[in-house]
Design a protein. Structure first.
Length: 166
């Protein structure tokens, strides 16, 4: 059974390993293989800062001691955007289509109830139809298109801006 919980500082090495694995497995995450330069120490510091922030968190999915997915919420810093949480989600290929993404979003919404966030936002590459379908299922709507947002495989790819208001 997959456990979904808030990240801890002692997850830094396993979380970095998860991110590096996602860089290898999918073209739909931001970093390409070999591009991520974060160390375990820097990852630990970042986790500590996120948890101390109060408007941000990382929820991790753990299966038999291995992190297999995550959903991060980054709250706005400026007074005018403190109500918005930007979402980043990643799930290893072996767990996609298993309902884990839905479970992570449900956990994020439960976490949000204790925060001052009234909106979630995210971007998704237009060709990532599976992810866009999940986000729509979770109540997100396309709010705009960011043209030529990503350069992937020598071509420019558009991204959808998506949001969900609570």
């Amino acid at each position: 059974m997959t456990l979904i919980r808030e990240i801890r500082e002692d997850d830094a090495e396993r979380f970095l390993h998860l991110c590096l694995r996602l860089d290898q497995e999918t073209k739909f995450m931001l970093y390409e293989p070999g591009e991520r330069t974060t160390t375990v120490e820097l990852q630990r510091d970042r986790i500590q800062a996120i948890l101390a922030d109060g408007r941000s968190t990382i929820l991790v999915a753990e299966e038999i001691g291995e992190l297999v997915g995550y959903l991060a919420i980054f709250g706005g810093n400026a007074n005018k955007t403190k109500h918005i949480g930007h979402i980043v989600i990643g799930i290893i290929e072996a767990y996609t289509g298993s309902g884990l993404g839905t479970s992570l979003f449900h956990a994020a919404e439960k976490w949000r109830e204790e925060s001052e966030l009234t909106k979630f936002e995210l971007t998704v590459m237009v060709p990532n139809e599976r992810a866009a379908a999940l986000y729509k299922k979770m109540g997100f709507e396309i709010e705009g298109v960011k043209r030529n947002s990503i350069r992937m495989d020598g071509m420019y790819v558009d991204e959808y801006y998506m949001g969900k208001i609570f």
